[in-house]
Design a protein around this ligand. Structure first.
Ligand SMILES: [Zn+2]
Length: 140
């Protein structure tokens, strides 16, 4: 069981080493985060995964999203079964672009993208896999 888990994690690492996002989409995310600051925002990411890369194709507003100081969430059971959902993006008004323990324990999907205050550009964005390992983000 532990060996299997380790194997699947190392597979994930290989498969998920780079994440691609269109620049306009990233700008939209950063604007959205700025608009709700100092509250957190959360959006779902839809995309495709292939050998060594994940490509984000769409952003989806989650059903019943809650925005608050220090938390943001949604109701996963309200989601349609959609295997193209690959993860979430949420904001950190604190300015720290690292996943919290809560983020890791309640991660939805395979990638966790975090945009941190002041939401200026790629320097305020980080992407992790569900194990908390940082992935490369490429804008296209
Ligand atoms: Zn967080």
């Amino acid at each position: 069981m532990y060996a299997l888990r380790a194997l699947s994690q190392s597979l994930d690492r290989r498969i998920m080493s780079a994440v691609f996002i269109k620049r306009e989409m990233l700008v939209y995310i950063l604007k959205n985060a700025t608009a709700v600051h100092p509250r957190e925002m959360i959006l779902l990411l839809r995309g495709k995964t292939s050998k060594n890369q994940t490509t984000i194709t769409d952003l989806i507003v989650p059903p019943l999203a809650t925005h608050g100081r220090g938390f943001s969430g949604f109701q996963p059971h309200m989601l349609p079964m959609d295997f193209s959902l690959i993860g979430t993006v949420h904001s950190h008004p604190s300015g720290i672009a690292e996943p919290s323990l809560v983020d890791l324990h309640h991660s939805f999907g395979r990638i966790i993208m975090i945009v941190a205050f002041p939401y200026n550009n790629e320097e305020n964005v980080a992407v992790y896999n569900h194990s908390g390992e940082r992935l490369t983000l490429e804008t296209t």
